[in-house]
Design a protein around this ligand. Structure first.
Ligand code: FE
Length: 198
């Protein structure tokens, strides 16, 4: 099975000025593409040759296959969360759960950003929900790690949203100002898409 770099569901300039076309050209066109190319090279002639991306993420040895496969999955998930004309506020059941847990959507965003600022590593910040129940949570993962692998264990997390906080995600637009990137991130997240993941 050949894994393919998914096309962005929006034009390169659609997220500007929150995320510039230059950032998308590098982040999607170079970084994300490199993970896909590496993944395809690494699975050739192995037991993972015909596996789906999710199967590889869950079963692959840590390095280098897991890292490349998980980075493909994480980036697919990240870039899929944006749209050209996003609904920037959650609604319905998800909004109720956010209100219940954090008090308001504004307070949720503050908590998420605080967690993302505290992630010392190159990594990701996630909103997840528990499979069996509804508790929402915010997590940091390091490097390529993803909540997807939690499905192997008893405690199953469903990822709803992620923010890439590797420097390559924001350095062209914001240099070292991660907080500014995080603030603008919310202008392009489409909650129609997040709600579908529930
Ligand atoms: Fe990235």
């Amino acid at each position: 099975m050949i894994h393919i770099l998914p096309e962005l569901g929006y034009p390169m300039d659609a997220l500007y000025p929150n995320i510039s076309n230059e950032t998308l050209e590098y982040h999607h066109g170079k970084h994300h593409k490199a993970y896909v190319d590496n993944l395809n090279k690494l699975i050739a002639w192995t037991e993972f040759e015909n596996s789906t991306l999710e199967e590889i993420v869950k079963k692959a040895p840590k390095w280098p296959l897991f890292n490349n496969a998980a980075q493909v999955w994480n980036h697919n998930f990240y870039f899929e969360s944006f749209s050209e004309s996003p609904r920037t506020i959650p609604e319905g059941k998800l909004l109720d759960m956010i209100d219940e847990k954090w008090g308001s959507f504004e307070m949720f965003k503050q908590e998420f950003n605080k967690m993302a600022m505290a992630n010392f590593w190159s990594g990701w910040t996630w909103l997840t929900r528990d499979w069996t129940d509804w508790p929402l949570n915010i997590w940091n993962t390091q490097n390529a790690s993803t909540p997807l692998t939690s499905r192997e264990e008893e405690w199953i997390l469903i990822p709803l949203l992620t923010c890439d906080i590797w420097e390559h995600a924001y350095y062209i637009d914001y240099r070292n100002r991660r907080a500014d990137y995080l603030e603008k991130f919310w202008n392009v997240v489409d909650w129609n898409i997040v709600e579908r993941r529930i």
